[in-house]
Write a protein that binds this ligand. Structure first.
Ligand SMILES: [Zn+2]
Length: 356
């Protein structure tokens, strides 16, 4: 009897969501409606929806490419929440040597070397558990499959509920107040060495959280292996974005695709109007750019994997010795960093000339 009632309740939820979609299309336009339907479905789906769309098993990697390319032509894009995908706060955090310990009320062990903790009293144990589950089920398996990367030392992930508690914790790092402001408003997460801080109030939903956790875990795992900050920014951020997007696609492929289309369009427009930057630009240029430079970094990494294969890219990351990324790069790809950087820039300009 209870089962029948439950199924009935689910059917009603689906009906309400569908009617909501139809009504909202008239009232608010389709974008809002899509989100409300997603939320409704997520609310009663027992676990995250896992698809293998972006998983680099065997030859399926070509899907990433076709996906990125078809996105560029797709007229329907979802404007992403600016703060969670710019990672400007990450740049500010590079002034820091460490993130201080925080007092925690609740914590959850995700894996042998990864612990998720509440950074303030308002982070619930449910939120800590949910983040821990994402790390265990999605982030770590993605890092391991795609890059052969695992946490070599203990990694802590600390969650904050509000700008106030996050700002308060940041003020204890000794960083200047304008950097704190930028970190409070412009980032979905920050990693210093093997400590990750996540401002939950900047995160839209589970798929967004999955992206941010996986992105930051790449930085932390790389640091635990002894490299990361030594990498050229485009390889470091491009790889973090690749991991973040692959992880997000397992939770909400539509949202990941539409965000990719949005950012790719921005990059292509910058190439068209002559404001595109080369891959080796300075931090200052990145912050002042009128498009998302980290997405350009991601596109460069995608081009590497497309040209040389996902296995070669994985081997490159696995063998990084950090003493000389130039040598490691040359060994893996048979090209100097400089040569690849300029050929990538040219390819962006050429594809713009073709399309215009
Ligand atoms: Zn990053």
């Amino acid at each position: 009897m209870e089962n029948i009632l439950n199924s009935l309740a689910n059917i009603i939820k689906v009906l309400v969501a569908t009617i909501g979609l139809l009504l909202a299309q008239f009232l608010h336009g389709s974008l809002l409606a899509m989100e409300s339907v997603e939320t409704a479905f997520q609310a009663f789906s027992p676990s995250v929806q896992v698809t293998s769309q972006l998983m680099p098993q065997g030859t399926s990697q070509s899907n990433v490419q076709s996906n990125v390319q078809s996105n560029a032509q797709s007229p329907k894009t979802q404007t992403p929440k600016d703060s969670t995908r710019r990672y400007k706060g990450e740049r500010a955090s590079q002034k820091l040597n460490n993130l201080p310990n925080t007092q925690t009320t609740t914590s959850q062990i995700s894996a042998a070397n990864v612990i998720v903790e509440a950074g303030d009293k308002s982070v619930s144990s449910t939120e800590v558990k949910a983040a821990s589950q994402i790390v265990k089920d999605i982030s770590l398996p993605t890092l391991n499959t795609v890059l052969g990367l695992t946490p070599a030392t203990k990694i802590s992930i600390v969650l904050f509920s509000s700008a106030k508690t996050y700002g308060n914790a940041l003020s204890k790092t000794g960083i200047d107040s304008s950097s704190i402001q930028s970190m409070i408003s412009d980032t979905g997460g920050v990693t210093v060495n093997t400590t990750i801080w996540i401002p939950l109030y900047n995160i839209e939903d589970n798929s967004d959280l999955t992206n941010v956790l996986s992105h930051e875990l790449f930085h932390a795992c790389a640091a635990s292996q002894g490299y990361g900050s030594q990498l050229p920014i485009w390889i470091n951020e491009g790889t973090a974005w690749r991991i973040g997007l692959m992880a997000q696609q397992k939770v909400n492929p539509q949202k990941a695709s539409s965000e990719m289309a949005y950012y790719e369009n921005e990059v292509r427009q910058a190439a068209q109007n002559g404001t595109i930057l080369s891959l080796d630009v300075s931090e200052k240029d990145i912050l002042n750019a009128n498009y998302n430079v980290e997405y350009e970094d991601f596109m460069a990494v995608e081009q590497l994997t497309k040209t040389y294969g996902v296995a070669t890219y994985k081997t490159f990351i696995e063998n990084l010795k950090s003493q000389s990324v130039d040598n490691d790069f040359q060994k893996a790809f048979n090209s100097t960093l400089n040569a690849f950087q300029s050929s990538f820039s040219k390819s962006l300009l050429i594809s713009e000339q073709k399309s215009s």
